[in-house]
Design a protein around this ligand. Sequence first.
Ligand code: TXA
Ligand code: MG
Length: 321
Amino acid sequence: MTAEPGTRVLPADDKTIAAAAGCLKAGGLVAFPTETVYGLGADAANGEAIARLYAAKGRPAFNPLIAHVAGAEAARVAGVFTEAAKKLAAAFWPGPLTLVLAKQPDCHIADLALAGLDTVALRVPAHPVARALLAAFGGAIVAPSANRSGHVSPTSAAHVLADLRGRIDLIVDDGPCKVGVESTIVSCAGEPTLLRPGGLPREAIERTLGAPLAMATIDEEAPPAPGMLASHYAPKALLRLDANGGEPGEALLAFGRTPDFSGPTLNLSPRGDLIEAATNLFSHLRALDASGAKRIAVMKVPHDGLGEAINDRLKRAAAPR
Ligand code: TXA
Ligand code: MG
């Protein structure tokens, strides 16, 4: 298989795994096989890499991402395991099951990957190449399916290349995926709830829990808005959009040049870079909210590229509540 310069496709040997881990450490984007579908991986702790990942996929909004970890121990650092979650992890990890859990206070996963939610989606993949990559990288890897937004999930390196050629650094090729559909997603943040049917049948999960799962659905292209999933998403402060600067009593979320203002001020990207702005969006909103200001003035963010998703999230956060 040939790729344009910029996206390498390499067979999944030890050398490639080492190169892939190095690429992730450097903030790069690496597609790799899991037993379900190919994932597009980025360092889960690197907000800027994650912003580039959303841009590469062309996602219209910041859909929260699944963090792939090496094992249950690593998962416990990020998520709070209920009794049900412990049972499911013991029975089905590694494998095609993703658990949505309340996030640990010291969870290292970037806010942007969680789309500002207080929950985290965790999965321990079973594919030997995914496991080798997690071991070599030594941390959590966020990985949505490695397709352009609106397309179906890829189950071969050729699918990935067709969608993401020139937009990502490396594709680790290990042939077709066995499961072919994405992981089953179960939320154990409250009552165990099936969020997405997938590679692990519901019946197997219910047998392990000894009880039926509650049902909810997430639509891949119109996911539940973070604002609907968690009331914590919207800041306590009101938002005033398209501001030119701050007014007395406000905090200011700037973009581009920071205007003179004596109140609490943070800048999404002083150089006007949308990737940097996406990286900072959720953490800056949280920080300005914590300043105690009653209202946050938000300067205009251009609507192209990641700006569309940034403006979508700002609009939701500003909506009457
Ligand atoms: O099999 C899979 O799960 C593949 C492989 C690569 O692991 N990944 C995958 O990721 O399908 P993605 O991004 O295409 O789908 C992840 C789904 C999205 O629908 C997202 O909304 C949901 O997981 N999700 C992630 N975090 C969530 C959370 N905290 N609460 C609810 N849903 C969440
Ligand atoms: Mg997907």
